[in-house]
Design a protein around this ligand. Structure first.
Ligand SMILES: Cc1cc2nc3c(=O)[nH]c(=O)nc-3n(C[C@H](O)[C@H](O)[C@H](O)COP(=O)(O)OP(=O)(O)OC[C@H]3O[C@@H](n4cnc5c(N)ncnc54)[C@H](O)[C@@H]3O)c2cc1C
Length: 420
């Protein structure tokens, strides 16, 4: 449904751009089906999709709340490619039309600079894993787009027909871009003005730690996530997304990172009294967003964190929904929160936890991967349930495939990925 809404908005806005281009072409007395004017259409569409990149990655609550940040980043990636295709067609058509890209001018130079820069940032975004660039480095390279857009604006205004509909549209986009920048800066000032204090650092397993924070309280739904920066020994870390593992019923806020790379490996060095900058809440992965009585939570490894938040909320509010948690791990050593989960299940008859171990022969319960057989055994009526899935992409894909085969409607399958 959300996907449909998004494509309706994109299609409608594309039609508006095409209409504005047509009106502006006729306003200038040009033939719209000439090579030169078609070339302008590609440029206009490319510029529009380039602008949408900022809206989609802005983390503005107004936009994010409807779709969730994961989905917005997905669209950001998709439409970024569309923008690049249109923007590459633009000089190609110009070349066909003019023979050589001869007449140099400031406007043309600005356009070329923006295009080359965009190609570079798109290349880095697509291949940063293969290039083995750190997440922070490629993200910083990607941020060059905030400079490339104003450079592209010089080109756009240098070529737009003053007084035409398209010209006014570009003025509006310029204003909106300025608003995004101001909103981003205001958010940063606000986050820095309200730092949180680390009040507890708790080891949950050999490589999983929970951080407890105290600070300004905010409303969030169980299952949502936040961006975290830690200020330790006067050094501010990069910003990383983590699910809020506490429940909104708690006074303290917690996250539970597992050691994975540069940043998460340092979580254990965090000290009580260290400060944290927190940007939250984000995401739409919460059972509270759906009207459902039977809940099935399927987690892989550290993917348990959003479910801990939801379970803690269900437990604290004594909610009587039927909840089945199927949690895949390598072995018992990888588990965290087991005691708390076992207490919840023994106190509340409506919660069942099924542990599935993939690499522990001695395990008495379910062994192997989370399979159709395991799901069938513990969820005999899948079509009447809402499934929430969080874990490595391979697990999410495999479970979604099983559920589709069991004819679970798409609207009852919700998943969260721990990477964008
Ligand atoms: C919505 C969401 C919720 C998450 N919740 C949890 C959680 O509860 N517990 C947990 O252990 N992990 C969680 N993660 C994953 C966590 O953000 C990464 O493990 C962490 O950022 C890795 O950083 P690193 O420097 O230690 O590792 P790196 O080796 O630098 O990164 C490993 C991978 O993590 C991702 N990543 C790294 N930095 C960022 C960043 N700044 N923004 C987005 N992705 C990044 C990239 O895919 C990267 O390839 C969540 C991720 C997302 C998107």
């Amino acid at each position: 449904m959300k996907t449909k809404k998004f494509w309706i908005v994109v299609s409608f806005s594309t039609v508006v751009i095409i209409f504005a281009w047509l009106a502006s072409t006729l306003f200038g007395g040009y033939n719209p089906i000439s090579l030169r004017q078609l070339n302008r259409l590609f440029a206009s569409l490319g510029f529009w999709f380039f602008f949408l990149q900022f809206a989609l990655s802005s983390r503005l609550k107004l936009i994010e709340a409807g779709f969730g940040l994961n989905r917005m980043i997905h669209y950001h990636r998709l439409l970024g490619r569309v923008a690049l295709i249109f923007l590459l067609l633009h000089p190609l058509f110009l070349f066909i039309h003019e023979g050589v890209l001869s007449r140099g001018s400031l406007f043309r130079f600005a356009g070329l600079t923006a295009l080359l820069g965009l190609m570079l940032t798109a290349f880095v975004a697509s291949f940063h894993k293969k290039l083995k660039l750190s997440y922070e480095l490629w993200l910083n390279i990607h941020k060059v787009n905030y400079i490339l857009f104003p450079v592209a604006l010089i080109h756009v205004f240098g070529n737009a027909l003053p007084g035409s509909l398209l010209y006014y549209l570009w003025v509006i986009l310029t204003l909106l871009f300025a608003i995004f920048l101001v909103a981003k800066a205001a958010r940063e000032v606000n986050v820095r003005k309200n730092p949180y204090k680390v009040v507890k650092v708790q080891q949950e397993s050999k490589d999983i730690w929970s951080l407890y924070f105290q600070g300004k309280q905010f409303a969030y739904k169980p299952g949502q996530f936040m961006y975290l920066r830690l200020l330790r020994e006067g050094k501010l870390s990069s910003s990383h997304p983590f699910t809020i593992s506490s429940s909104p019923t708690w006074e303290m806020l917690t996250v539970t990172p597992k050691e994975l790379g540069d940043f998460t490996a340092t979580i254990k060095d965090t000290k009580v009294g260290d400060l944290a900058l927190i940007e939250a809440p984000y995401g739409v992965f919460s059972f509270l967003n759906h009207d459902c009585e039977r809940l099935v939570f399927i987690a892989g490894g550290i993917g348990i964190t959003p479910f801990m938040s939801m379970l803690r909320y269900i437990y604290d509010n004594k909610i009587e929904k039927q909840v089945t948690i199927i949690w895949g791990n390598k072995d018992e050593e990888a588990l965290c929160f087991q005691e708390e989960l076992d207490n919840m299940t023994s106190e509340m008859g409506n919660i069942i936890v099924v542990y599935v171990m993939s690499a522990q022969e001695s395990w008495r319960g379910e062994k192997g991967r989370i399979s159709a057989k395991v799901i069938e055994k513990y969820v005999p009526d899948p079509a009447s349930c809402h499934f929430f899935i969080c874990g490595p992409p391979a697990l999410s894909l495999a479970v979604m495939k099983i559920l589709r085969e069991k004819r679970v409607p798409a609207g009852r399958m919700h998943h969260e990925l721990f990477e964008f």
